[in-house]
Design a protein around this ligand. Structure first.
Ligand code: NOJ
Length: 738
């Protein structure tokens, strides 16, 4: 039986990415075999069980019943048990008080920072800078591992085209190409090159699969789509993260094709294992196994455990059903012990690879913890990442940057002197006191400018009692900076919204301030694109900053006053209204593409087809001109490549960065293809007057898709090529694939 198990591991390993799996045979084979031989079925089920540590508002507290499970070896892994002092005690119990002394994995959602908090993932994606993104992940891994965490429930790579869904904040946006690159970069950052390095941790790709496509943007809701869309658009980022070596995967809450992901053999076995060669383990999401009862796919707890297990979910988060029912299911012959051994072997393997058997306390050193938390390098990088994440949406009459010599600004809004909300969603351990507020940032950057600060209003309700004070502050100031948007709870998990305008009465406040006639700059902080049509029409300057984390206020102030020239580009479309959703740049053409002169074409009666701001959009204080789009050939075979070059010139007055973007369109396919697909980009920096030739290479790889024949391949024919500053303002050419 055991030999079969190891043969299986060898076969699985050999089908995988060599980087992810350095060796074909597990170096821990005999150790794992030895351990399995000594484990009871209950202890094995315990290794497949994960509980929350029960962190409460007053501090850490493991529930008594979990404590009993832990001591009995029936709870092999915990999450939310960070801080060395707490986690060390739990690890001590596992190692010293359980029969076999198997160390615990400690999981946590380190989504965009541990204590030091970086921009929310949707914001950081707008940097389009994989080095920044990978380094952020490297640094939060460093900080979190110093506090005992060795397993990160990240990266979140859910493609999302519906900003009503609050969890859009946690991932990279709407694009499959960029989302895949970012997912892989985060895995590299989190896991590093060597899992045994105490500053790296296990990554967990989530939420597999297609969680971001929940109907109507409502969290935990049904997902249904064609297999083609699944494979073309939603799966590639998970795959890219798996190919980058991600050790674990989290099953999503949603159903897909009528089966909850947690019980989907199609997702967990056929695609993940058989097609992609994934050989780590899959964990359910929180009570995901239990929720299959409510989904209506099983009748009871035991059936839920059986279905999830058989589907290929190795670890049960929080339901406790594996621990409760696997022994029974094995005794009844419904599940084989060899399958159980295989699953447990994968968990033990990763515990070995982390080095936990050599030293269960290697992540639990309080000296290292205190020396690491809030290191200077975290703040420095947090500032860089925050500055690069900012997207300038509008800048009429070059209102920005502001001069540091203006006598006064009115600083108005609920996010102006706010710490906690700037951390954004999922700041599990983020410390609000460390946040640089916008007000503090302006004081640091423009110390001669008098700040007339008024909060004005909040995030909910219609209390206008602060309006008059805000209006009077605006009247006595030279410029108004309005810091408005969402608080940290208005995006993220269980934070879907059906109206994605400014929450509360912030719009009314903005209108009242605009009516003073003073020049207004909006600093828009949110976890999703908001519908801001009125603002776009009436306010001269809009800086979309998302939630930027610990260094937010400093980064925004440096940008407002010209020490930083914004260069972020949207990775998600801004709709004009909710009715346009889903709206995304790589739509299909339809048989009746929009034609103003023809009523019977695809459009609305009451709103244009165009978004407010398209994918890839973002302005700069300087201006970039594109010229001389040139292709090295106008045809290529599948073995050849074409170089696409373009000259970009900084024709403005500031040094600036530009993300030069390459899109293609496959004009005729065995199935219809999107009107644009991002296939490359380069971020360049140019001084005023400077030009640069940017060159992209198109190979057969960039032209592949999931064809009618269900193959990932390219098809001969004509392709359009577009290069430009965003997905709509482009130069255009074409070539033929032979
Ligand atoms: C539920 C969330 O969906 C998931 O992203 C997270 O990792 C778990 N809770 C654990 O916190």
């Amino acid at each position: 039986m055991r030999t079969y198990f190891f043969l299986l591991i060898v076969i699985l390993l050999s089908g995988c990415d060599p980087q992810a799996n350095e060796s074909i045979t597990s170096p821990y084979q005999s150790k794992i075999e030895d351990l399995l031989a000594r484990m009871t079925i209950e202890e094995k089920a315990g290794q497949l069980t994960l509980y929350t540590s029960g962190w409460t508002v007053t501090g850490p507290a493991l529930r008594d019943d979990y404590m009993d499970e832990l001591r009995a070896g029936r709870a092999g892994n915990l999450f939310n048990a960070h801080t060395v002092s707490y986690a060390r005690e739990l690890q001590r119990i596992a190692v010293e008080e359980t029969r076999l002394g198997i160390p615990l994995l400690f999981g946590l959602d380190v989504i965009h920072g541990y204590k030091t908090t970086y921009p929310i993932p949707l914001a950081e994606a707008c940097t389009w800078d994989l080095n920044i993104i990978e380094k952020t992940a490297r640094l939060y891994a460093k900080e979190a591992t110093s506090a005992g965490v060795n397993w990160n429930f990240n990266p979140v790579v859910d493609i999302c085209r519906d900003p009503r869904w609050g969890r859009i904040a946690e991932a990279s946006g709407e694009d499959v190409y960029l989302g895949s690159l970012i997912g892989a970069a985060k895995v590299r950052g989190i896991q590093g090159d060597d899992l045994s390095d105490p500053e790296t941790m296990l990554a967990c790709v989530k939420h597999y699969a297609a969680y971001g496509a929940s109907q109507a943007g409502r969290d935990y809701h049904t997902v249904d789509m064609s297999d083609r869309t699944l494979r073309d658009t939603y799966l590639p980022p998970y795959r890219a993260a798996v190919d980058a070596g991600a050790a674990t995967v989290m099953a999503s809450f949603n159903e897909l094709h009528g089966v909850p992901a947690t019980g989907s053999e199609y997702l967990m076995k056929q695609i993940l294992r058989d097609e992609w060669g994934f050989n780590g383990f899959v964990v359910s999401d929180y009570t995901g196994v239990m929720e299959m009862i409510k989904h209506g796919i099983v009748e009871n707890e035991k059936q839920a455990a059986e279905l999830a297990f058989k589907a290929g979910v190795e670890m049960d988060m929080q339901s406790g059903f594996y621990s409760k029912y696997l022994p029974e299911l094995i005794r009844e012959g419904k599940i084989s012990e060899s399958a159980l051994d295989e699953y447990v072997g994968k968990v033990l393997e990763l515990k070995y690879r982390l080095g936990l058997f050599d030293d269960p306390y290697k992540y639990l050193d309080s000296v290292r913890e205190s020396e690491t938390l809030f290191s200077r390098e975290f703040f420095d990088h947090g500032l860089l990442s925050a500055k690069e994440s900012i997207v300038l949406l509008k800048n009429e009459g070059q209102l920005l940057p502001l001069s540091k010599n203006i006598p006064s600004v009115a600083l108005i809004g609920p996010l102006a002197d706010n710490k906690k909300d700037l951390l954004g969603t999922w700041h599990v351990a983020g410390i609000a006191e460390k946040v640089v507020t916008l007000k503090a940032g302006i004081e640091n950057v423009a110390s001669n400018v008098r700040i007339n600060y008024v909060r004005g209003t909040g995030f909910e309700g219609n209390d206008r009692s602060g309006f008059n004070e805000a209006i009077s502050a605006a009247r006595r100031s030279d410029v108004v900076i309005m810091a408005i948007g969402e608080n940290y709870q208005q995006s993220g998990e269980a934070a879907s919204r059906s109206d994605i305008g400014l929450p509360g009465n912030q719009s009314q406040l903005l209108e009242a301030i605009a009516a003073t006639g003073k020049p207004v700059v909006v600093v828009l902080m949110a976890g999703r694109p908001l519908t801001i049509g009125w603002m776009d029409e009436n306010i001269p300057a809009i800086l979309n900053t998302w939630h930027l984390g610990t260094m937010a206020g400093q980064a925004i102030a440096e940008t407002l006053f010209g020490d930083n020239n914004p260069s972020g580009k949207l990775t998600i479309t801004f709709p004009r209204n909710v009715g346009q959703i889903p709206i995304y740049y790589n739509m299909k053409n339809t048989g009746r593409p929009f034609n103003e002169a023809d009523k019977y074409t695809s459009k609305y009666l009451d709103v244009s087809n165009e978004p407010l701001y398209p994918f890839g959009y973002g302005l700069s204080y300087t201006a970039f001109e594109y010229a001389d789009l040139n292709l090295s050939a106008d045809r290529m075979t599948k073995n050849e490549q074409i170089e696409v070059s373009v000259t970009v010139t900084n024709s403005g007055d500031f040094t600036g960065e530009e993300v030069v973007q390459l899109y293609i369109r496959d004009l005729v396919g065995s199935v219809t293809r999107p009107v644009r697909e991002l296939k490359g980009y380069e971020k360049i920096r140019l001084n005023p007057g400077e030009s640069k030739v940017v060159t992209f290479t198109i190979t057969n790889e960039e032209l592949k898709f999931y064809t009618f024949e269900k193959k990932w391949e390219s098809e001969p024919g004509f392709f359009q090529v577009f290069v430009g500053t965003n997905s709509t303002e482009v130069l255009e050419s074409r070539f033929e694939l032979l």
